[in-house]
Design a protein around this ligand. Structure first.
Ligand SMILES: Cc1cc2nc3c(=O)[nH]c(=O)nc-3n(C[C@H](O)[C@H](O)[C@H](O)COP(=O)(O)OP(=O)(O)OC[C@H]3O[C@@H](n4cnc5c(N)ncnc54)[C@H](O)[C@@H]3O)c2cc1C
Length: 485
């Protein structure tokens, strides 16, 4: 089979590119060796943010781009991306004085210039404690509240992008690994050898252009070239803990500075639990598959959480899950991990190291996947010698609010004589596509029963995951339903 575009890696960036490319008329195939979004994308802090911290490093353009994308995503996909208020508590003798935090937030607000995200405000100690009764009062001087956005389930966004790719005529195969890139006599990349990890079958595919969007694995894929290019990724890894929600713990989202090493970290309400992270450590091994959480990481994150919320007393035995992933940052020498740019780069190997037919993606945050995809598809059209078709992915359509969608879903469920309590969850997972679940129940009422295997799930959702969302394994189903992480 011959494609215009082969995309390697079904994380947020690969899928963003696939959806945009097939919408713009390129015959596209995307392959993912595991499941959609199962790589770095599911190990992130799940924020769609401008990156307040990047202001410190003078990355104004990146912050502006990210804030613009935040506004687009929160309007396009409000069931997945929603504004969230973060509290930055301030303390005596902290490395960055409170007033400087206030100046940074003011600049952040000006750069966003977006009515969906209100102006930050300063709080005194009393107001801070009213918001967060469990917060330590030791040296507390108050805090700031500012808005950003959270994407609770980037895995679900990946599934949406995969389905959009299929809808506009593209192909998408999960559990399909690129074993080797194929080159012609002149050295140009002309396709790849694919391996289906579940059936064990191999297949050769041809592509006029290949985009390597394998995130931290970009260099591993490029190493299958006859003359591998210089290393592109110099990632840093980060770990998160999933903890149970506790009365004495945070009530809302917190952005704090760690006592041990003055690093910023988040405490975020997530999926009815608390997500705490992250660490930021240079990854120096050659194979991202060798990545493992180090014992000091959970210890450090628990210690910092308990320092801020002493009565919550989280312990190692409370940890429900951990995630770890490598930020696919550009390879750099000797920079402090926090100072490595979070900007993305498209590497056209024809220019970089004389190998035509392949482009590698370096970097690219969740937040900026759409603009990265737009850039990548513009480049693909140029390299393929096609006319530049306008990108439509920034378009914002009028859609009902999430609350209206929930009310409609409640009413429909009750009409089908099913418990309306599922409505909120259905909208959080599917947005307006929840109707596909209801249509299944209408056709076969037994599918409206609760699933015996997956909590808070209707049987119709499990069938839908298999039939409409490419869930090929039990883990894939749990990832579609966000019942295991
Ligand atoms: C700890 C941490 C916190 C973060 N927090 C945030 C945040 O809050 N907000 C934000 O915007 N960004 C955040 N990021 C950054 C963001 O998560 C990543 O930059 C982004 O998810 C990268 O997506 P990707 O598609 O490039 O990579 P990935 O999601 O890793 O996708 C690459 C895919 O390629 C696949 N692959 C590899 N080799 C092959 C092969 N041979 N054949 C086929 N497929 C292959 C992998 O299985 C993987 O799924 C965070 C990152 C980390 C690590």
């Amino acid at each position: 089979m011959k494609y215009d575009l082969l995309i390697i890696g079904g994380g947020i960036n690969g899928l963003g590119i696939a959806a945009d490319a097939s919408e713009r008329g390129l015959k596209t195939l995307i392959v993912e060796r595991n499941d959609w979004g199962a790589g770095t994308t599911s190990a992130s802090s799940r924020l769609i943010h401008g990156g307040l911290r990047y202001l410190q490093y003078g990355e104004i353009d990146l912050v502006r781009e990210s804030l613009r994308e935040r506004g687009i995503l929160a309007r396009q996909r409000p069931h997945l991306v929603h504004p969230i208020s973060l509290l930055i508590p301030t303390f005596q003798n902290q490395p960055m004085p409170g007033w400087m935090v206030g100046v940074g937030l003011g600049l952040y607000h000006l750069l966003a210039h977006d009515p969906l995200f209100p102006r930050p405000s300063a709080l005194d100690v009393r107001d801070t404690k009213m918001r967060e009764p469990g917060l330590t009062t030791d040296r507390l001087t108050g805090g700031y509240i500012y808005p950003d956005a959270q994407i609770e389930f980037p895995e679900r966004l990946c599934v949406e992008l995969m389905r959009e790719t299929l809808k506009s005529g593209g192909e998408a195969r999960n559990h399909t690994r690129v074993r080797e890139l194929r080159q012609n006599a002149e050295g140009a990349v002309i396709g790849a050898l694919l391996h289906d990890e579940l059936t064990g079958t191999d297949e050769e595919v041809e592509a006029e252009l290949t985009i390597n969007a394998a995130g931290p694995w970009v260099d591993v894929v490029n190493r299958t070239l006859k003359i591998p290019p210089p290393k592109l990724i110099g990632g840093t890894w980060g770990t998160h803990l999933v903890l149970p929600d506790r009365d004495a713990g945070p009530k809302g989202a917190i952005y704090a500075t760690a006592k041990r090493d003055n690093r910023p970290f988040f405490l975020l309400p997530w999926n009815d639990r608390l997500l705490v992270g992250t660490t930021d450590v240079k990854f120096t091994a050659n194979d991202p598959d060798a990545l493992k959480i180090e014992p000091w990481e959970p210890e450090y994150l628990l210690e910092e959480t308990n320092h801020l919320f002493p009565d919550a007393r989280y312990r190692e035995s409370d940890i429900e899950a951990t995630t770890v992933g490598i930020r696919p940052l550009p390879s750099t020498d000797g920079k402090k991990t926090g100072a490595i740019t979070r900007r993305h780069f498209l590497v056209n190997h024809a220019e970089r190291n004389g190998v035509a037919g392949i482009v590698s993606i370096v970097g690219g945050k969740l937040t900026t996947y759409r603009s990265l995809a737009e850039e990548a598809v513009n480049l693909a059209l140029k390299l393929l010698g096609r006319p530049l078709v306008a990108c439509k992915t920034a378009k914002i359509e009028e859609i009902p609010t999430v609350e209206t969608q929930i009310r409609d879903a409640e009413a429909s469920l009750l009409r089908l004589k099913r418990d309306g309590a599922y409505a909120r969850r259905l909208i959080a997972l599917y947005g307006s596509s929840y109707r596909e679940i209801l249509a299944r129940i209408e056709r076969e009422p037994a599918l409206g029963e609760s699933s015996s295997e997956y909590p808070d799930t209707l049987t119709a959702q499990v069938i839908h995951a298999r039939e409409a969302e490419q869930a090929r394994t039990e883990d894939d189903i749990a990832r579609r339903l966000m019942t295991k992480f």
